[in-house]
Design a protein. Sequence first.
Length: 505
Amino acid sequence: RSGQIQYVNSPEFATFAHGVFVVDRTYLSWRCTRYLAQFLLYWISLWSRFLPQRQSTSFRQSVLCVTSIPDFCKYGISISRNDENCQPQQSFFGTKWPVPESAFSATVELMRDNDEIFGLPFMEVLILFKWRTFARHRWITARLVPLIAIYIIFLIAITLPGGSDSKVASGLMVLVLLYNIVRLAQESWQLVHSGRRYIASLYNLFDLVVLGFTTATAVLVIRSIPSTPKEGWVVTVTILLVWFHTLLQLRVFRPVRMYIYATVALLKHVVAFLTILGAVVFASSNALYMYLCPKIPSVGNIFNGTLSDGMAFAMTEPVDDTIMFARFHQSLKAVYMFLTGDYPSTASWGGDPMIDTLKIAFFILTTLVMFNTFIAIVSDLSNRNTEENRRRWIRELAEMVVGIERTLLWPSERENPAYFPRFVYYEADPNKVEVWRNRDAEWLPEAKSAEIYELRELVTKMEKTHRKHLDDIGAKLDKLAKPKGNRDPGNCDGRKRTVPSGSSA
């Protein structure tokens, strides 16, 4: 069947043939489609309608798969002992707030610290389906676009000169303050419902820091108009934070997120490298300082003379402040510049064998040995953590999707079968399907052995418990069946029985 199909529902699935599923390759695969590419392709397709069309079709084979758990993402099904769709959740302040919950959202909440489940094929497909069906558009229109727009307004107000534009800048900063109030309400809502998980997230803390700096800068600009704010460092830091915060908002897109994960992993493994490099710089600067400091005169040359009227005078030549090894902190800066190939600080002692030997040793130890080792570490980390970083990205994308479902969708939209279908059918690469089959074949014997062992342990415990209960029941039955004295065994209450005349005993 030709057409631009990414995901299909049950009626469409009934029309497909069994076995291998043939998909038209003219449409970009969902694995590499990005929102910006779709946006550009949409406008290109509008203009291409007026151009002569040339159809070319190529086919490829793929396996049609389906998510294994029905109604996994629906909000209209009870998942706990309560029959309500909104399950109570304990907040950070001890108040229970009703929160919409589904099996999918509950799984994401429980597996917040475990990335393994997000590596399963059906979980990845389900999360990407939700993200590309409704969550991406809702997040961009409700979160990303307003944030970027208000940051542009903020930067324009900062860069406007005083005088005639002072009222314009003041009005723009008032808009920034109003938007910050709305953002503060949103962050407070997340804090109430997420509690300690909100505080444990570095991204949330960074959001609060940026919110505080932008608010402080807006207040300073409004109070200082038409002059510039006296606290210039606040404005400078705020501008840097705004740009970094804008870049972090793009972390939901896989290329940006993978780069952030690679940077974080590199920083974790680069501590030892930076420690060794700092020790080398400190040792070299200390050695050069002790060697060159005695050669630098502390007082300049003194010139004595006599004026024309016979008055004597003395002049002192000032010490050259460009000499970097007169003070230790300047020596550290000079040796640090050696890492960039900047050696002019030693030009005054050109030809000194000791200086040349130290510079050559520093170059070999840092540039040829340590930096090449650092490059090898970076290459190894990029190749080793790709799959793990992808699972983390899928997990954080799932958390964002759950937040959008709870806060940016109306109750009627959470019942939309187009957003929350019973099953999700998708196409998979036959090679990847074979890889997962091999994994199951390797994992299944071990899982069966562990399951059989657990079942045997459970049966043994149950057998001991039931045997004890059966022994107790048997003893009580024997005690009840045993006659006492002249009591009739058939007379359970022990009273004398009266037999009517004409009847057998």
